[in-house]
Design a protein around this ligand. Structure first.
Ligand code: OSB
Ligand code: MG
Length: 375
């Protein structure tokens, strides 16, 4: 595959409902869409960086800068046998995994479309439906939370995750157990606690949660290992696993029993597959995280979730929970049994609505030509 042209768009799409985590509330999503062209084929990638450096150090502005000034010059005019060769070609650039992943995703889409096969097949996936879970943000009141849980249960989702933070944790979980019984339930703290909260967090053990996601600092492994030894509830790491090496270190240290995989966090699909395989070799189940993606990134997440060790429901829900309308026609929907069908067409297998894409665009840039830099 020869990469000839790269196009970037910074978009703004209003969220159907605000989303609140331990680092704040957002009402709309700002994100970058990458369009790659080569040998007559086109591919799309969605960047999961956000406006603020709160979930991760990357933002839309850093991703834009790194893609235009460092990634594009290393790829344009280049010929790649396989999209797995993209991440190694960017080795000189340290970090900036979300920027790398967005471009790599577009290259996988080009590759799968050229072969006329769904992306899931190119990635080595083995199923045609995936298990879907939802992530419910922090609400103003427990009554509001109850309404949300009720709605998502009725929609069929296979597990509910709620965001927690100090002051919105035990009571929220306790309310859900009282009202909804033994439903599959987990919590995500987005690094809102410290080891000093270990006894407080151990109170969650009484509620038989599937897991507690990222309770401690965003780059910590050592304290999570200590905490896991004092908790019955399995720890799942998200923010702390920014590389495959970090995943290996966390497993070796006993810092978690489950890992959340987001391609943007680890540098793309090829790195996600490596992490998936390392986890499988150690008996650590994984699930696919979400970053409030539009239908483009959401479709990509669905394709990756078809790999065998994605054995727990992911944060991949229906489009209409996030954007209405979405950037794609038709939107991604969840069936009554809480599963989502894997798009069967070539590549991502979703139809992008160009008019809606154009209307949501705040900034646009094209990088093309034979510009290459020494690595
Ligand atoms: O920690 O998993 C997270 C959204 C933005 C940033 C971080 C996270 C999330 C979610 C939402 O939990 C998952 C989704 O529904 O896309
Ligand atoms: Mg998380």
């Amino acid at each position: 595959m020869r990469i000839e042209r790269l196009e970037l768009r910074l978009l703004r799409l209003p969220l159907v409902h605000f989303f609140e985590t331990s680092f704040g509330r957002i009402h709309d999503k700002h994100f970058i869409i990458v369009r790659l062209e080569g040998e007559g084929a086109v591919g799309f990638g969605e960047c999961v960086a956000e406006q603020d450096p709160y979930y991760s150090a990357e933002t839309n502005e850093t991703a834009w800068h790194i893609i235009v000034d460092f990634i594009a010059p290393r790829l344009l005019g280049g010929v790649f046998d396989h999209p797995r060769d993209i991440f190694p070609a960017l080795k000189a650039i340290r970090g900036h995994n979300m920027a790398k992943a967005a471009v790599e995703m577009a290259a996988w889409d080009v590759y799968a479309r050229q072969r006329g096969e769904p992306l899931s097949r190119s990635l080595g996936g083995t199923r045609d439906r995936i298990a879907s879970g939802v992530s419910i943000g922090i609400q103003d009141t427990l009554a509001d939370l109850a309404v949300k849980v009720e709605r998502e249960r009725a929609a069929g989702y296979q597990r509910i995750k709620i965001k927690i933070k100090p002051g919105w944790d035990i009571d929220a979980v306790s309310m859900i157990r009282d009202r909804f019984g033994a439903i599959p339930l987990m919590v995500d703290a987005n690094a809102a606690y410290t080891l000093a909260d270990a006894e407080h967090l151990a109170r969650l053990d009484a509620f038989d949660l599937m897991m507690i996601e990222q309770p401690l600092d965003y780059d910590d492994i050592a304290d999570h290992a200590k905490l896991q030894r004092s908790l019955k509830t399995p720890i799942c790491l998200d923010e702390s696993i920014k590389t495959v090496n970090a995943g290996r270190a966390a497993i070796a240290a006993g810092a978690c029993r489950i890992i959340n995989i987001k391609p943007g966090r680890v540098g793309g699909f090829a790195e996600s597959i490596r992490l998936h395989d390392v986890c499988a070799a150690h008996g650590v189940p994984v699930w696919h995280g979400g970053m409030l993606e539009s239908g483009i990134g959401r479709a990509a997440n669905i394709h990756l979730s078809t790999l065998p060790n994605f054995s727990l429901p992911g944060d991949i829900a229906a489009s209409r929970r996030y954007f209405d309308p979405d950037l794609i026609d038709s939107p991604i929907e969840v069936a009554g049994d809480g599963t989502i069908g894997v798009p069967a067409g070539p590549g991502l297998g979703v139809a992008i609505n160009e008019e809606r894409l154009a209307r949501a665009t705040l900034r646009h840039a094209v990088v093309s030509g034979e510009v290459r830099v020494a690595t």
